[in-house]
Design a protein. Structure first.
Length: 368
């Protein structure tokens, strides 16, 4: 299940239009950074790691076109300037998703580092292309590593769940939201593979319904036992003791552990805390931004009111009704049991120390 396809030989990029799922699977071509911006902004691709990959690859797809690839006047210096400008443009497509900014920063650093060794812009374009191709493979491998760490952590903290662990997840954090495998759903996959998973409950995740449209579909495709619930059913479900742990993803983890994720995450964390259910964030280190001190510095994106008023073109509310539609909320660090990353599980009070540790060195070169 691939959220995008990239041909390294031609630089062609196509993305799975996730707004059409589960009714239709359709891949749409992305030829340049403007189209990359559009598919990200319009939620055709979503999930912080996937957004980062598509943002970078839309730049690579554009650079691999003849007007740049075969133009002698397009110098290395011209390329570096162009890359910085395009990166700033793309960051505006989803400002809360820190992975996109981190990935584009690393792409620019890689270009600067290789400027001297590149005879011309064509050589540098080929190097940037290969850098991103390698990053896709690395990203998928690190996702699997994260999943295994998370599965081991839950098995350790929930030793009494001999019949398997029942988890609740919110939004979509699977292969569709990453470069493959998934973050929170990656942990679920690893639990299943280790014979430790009992059942998954997924929320609808209003107003964009990533849970009912994407997570439910993705888990059914893999024959993982799953039950769909409305967002408003979470407290009642936990009150019946059917949930052993909560697993969610992240679009941004601040230095103090405050975590921005899909709207609705905060209320799940509050309910989990009330019922003493472990609440874990599964996120690659690319989602951690130690430059952001706490939740007050995390930018929150607001979406069009039409997403609340309609689903699939069907009106659910009066067209003239005012709306308040933030795309994300922030869960305070004190409600989070731990952050599951690709090199281990971290308590929220140790984020900076953990990211700076020697154990993280092997992952610092990761792009997605």
């Amino acid at each position: 299940m691939r959220p995008f396809n990239f041909e390294s030989s031609t630089g062609r990029l196509s993305v799975l239009d996730q707004t059409l799922l589960p009714r239709e699977m359709k891949y749409v071509g992305v030829e340049n950074s403007e189209q990359g911006y559009r598919v990200i902004k319009n939620m055709m691709v979503r999930g912080a790691p996937c957004i980062a990959a598509v943002g970078c690859l839309s730049i690579i797809a554009e650079l691999n076109q003849p007007k740049y690839l075969n133009d002698d006047s397009f110098t290395v210096e011209s390329l570096l300037t162009w890359l910085r400008e395009r990166s700033l443009y793309l960051i505006g497509s989803r400002p809360t998703a820190v992975n996109l900014r981190n990935a584009l920063d690393k792409l620019n650093i890689y270009a600067e580092t290789n400027r001297e060794e590149s005879k011309n812009s064509t050589t540098l374009i080929h190097r940037l292309t290969q850098y991103c191709v390698d990053a896709i493979k690395i990203g998928e491998a690190l996702n699997k590593q994260l999943g295994d760490y998370g599965a081991d952590e839950l098995s350790k903290v929930l030793p009494d769940c001999v019949a398997g662990i029942s988890v609740l997840t919110h939004c979509n954090t699977g292969a569709l939201a990453t470069v493959g495998y998934g973050t929170a759903i990656g942990v679920i996959r690893s639990l299943r593979n280790k014979g430790k998973l009992k059942h998954v409950y997924c929320t609808e995740t209003r107003p964009y319904n990533q849970g009912s449209r994407l997570t439910a579909w993705e888990l059914l495709e893999e024959r993982i036992p799953v039950t769909l619930i409305a967002d408003s059913m979470v407290a009642s479900l936990m009150a019946t003791n059917k949930i052993d742990a909560v697993l969610v993803g992240a679009d941004c983890v601040a230095c103090n552990g405050d975590t921005a994720n899909k709207i609705g995450t905060l209320q799940i964390a509050i309910v989990a805390n009330h019922y003493r259910v472990p609440f874990y964030v599964a996120a690659p280190t690319q989602s951690i931004d130690t430059r952001i001190e706490n939740e007050s510095s995390i930018p929150i994106e607001f979406r069009p009111g039409e997403e609340l008023r309609c689903i699939g073109g069907v009106a659910l509310a009066p067209t003239e009704i005012d709306t308040w539609n933030p795309c994300f909320d922030v869960t305070p660090a004190n409600l989070i049991t731990g952050v599951i990353t690709e090199f281990g599980v971290c308590e929220t009070g140790r984020i900076s120390e953990f990211v700076a540790s020697e154990a993280a060195d092997s992952c610092k070169g990761a792009l997605f």
